[in-house]
Ligand binder design. Structure first.
Ligand SMILES: Nc1ncnc2c1ncn2[C@@H]1O[C@H](COP(=O)(O)OP(=O)(O)O)[C@@H](O)[C@H]1O
Ligand SMILES: [Mg+2]
Length: 247
């Protein structure tokens, strides 16, 4: 394991004259399930876009292993995102005229897998994500939970080292949220690093390291034991910590 996995040093982000991130230092550990928690508008999505190379900081540096993300060319970033990173957002951004299985497979083709490998992995993911009944359906013909499970499958077909999730349960009901969180937990237990940003306590509870973002500043950090079903002690710890932060 390399000592540096994903880290940001003194990240400042301005939109016009408005500074929304005020000098963030963050170090995401390989294999961890890290959660950045903060209220709406605190800068969570902005931070996630910067860490994943989708946007550039106004100043500061971001490294992913040996790659300086903050200074990399777009071509290198595109390759990195396709081969090493997986993304799950609140909105699924599935392609409307492709079926569930085609949406998953397409991501593998873009990631450079062979046709055959894509088909194998898609079939495996359809099973793992319990999408058998809807694999031939269009996104408009599936439930919100199925659509998000499709999005998770699409995010992981290239077996990314790192999964970025931005409010992945924000548009789901309780049962579907739990399922999507279970999938992320399972992927993490299988060795994938997860970075999830959220304002949702249920989501935050899945992390083993919770960082608190308050108005563009990191103001808190909490370590929890690994999630293992619903355990009261972790929940109590998170609640106490959040109360202390004025949540
Ligand atoms: N592209 C943008 N242009 C201008 N302001 C933006 C842009 N993206 C985000 N912001 C502002 O940055 C702040 C943080 O936004 P965001 O990162 O989306 O917060 P969160 O994800 O925590 O809700 C907000 O005040 C938001 O209005
Ligand atoms: Mg957001």
């Amino acid at each position: 394991m390399s000592s540096r996995f994903l880290c940001g040093k003194n990240i400042i982000k301005k939109f016009g004259d408005t500074e929304v991130l005020h000098g963030i230092n963050v170090d995401i550990k390989e294999g961890a399930f890290t959660v950045v928690m903060g209220s709406s508008g605190s800068g969570k999505s902005t931070l996630l876009y910067l860490l994943s190379g989708m946007d550039k900081p106004s100043s500061g540096e971001i490294f992913y292993q040996e790659t300086k993300i903050s200074g990399a060319a777009e071509k290198e970033l595109t390759h990195l995102r396709a081969s090493q990173f997986g993304f799950v957002f609140q909105r699924t951004h599935l392609i409307g005229n492709l079926t569930v299985s085609e949406n998953i497979k397409m991501a593998g083709l873009i990631g450079g897998l062979s046709e055959k490998e894509c088909e194998l992995r898609t079939a495996e993911l359809i099973q793992k994500m319990s999408l058998e009944k809807v694999e031939a359906h269009l996104p408009s013909e599936v439930s919100g939970g199925e659509a998000q499970r499709t999005a998770v499958a699409r995010a992981v077909i290239n077996r990314p080292a790192l999964i970025f999730a931005d409010e992945p349960t924000g548009a789901l009901n309780r049962a579907n949220s739990t399922e999507v969180l279970n999938l992320l937990t399972m992927l993490n237990k299988n060795g994938q690093t997860v970075l999830l940003v959220t304002h949702d306590r249920e989501s935050a509870l899945r992390g083993n390291r919770i960082l608190y973002l308050d108005d563009g500043r990191m103001t808190g950090e909490l370590s929890l034991s690994d999630y293992d079903g619903r355990d009261a002690e972790r929940e109590e710890k998170l609640t106490g910590w959040l109360e202390g932060l004025g949540w």
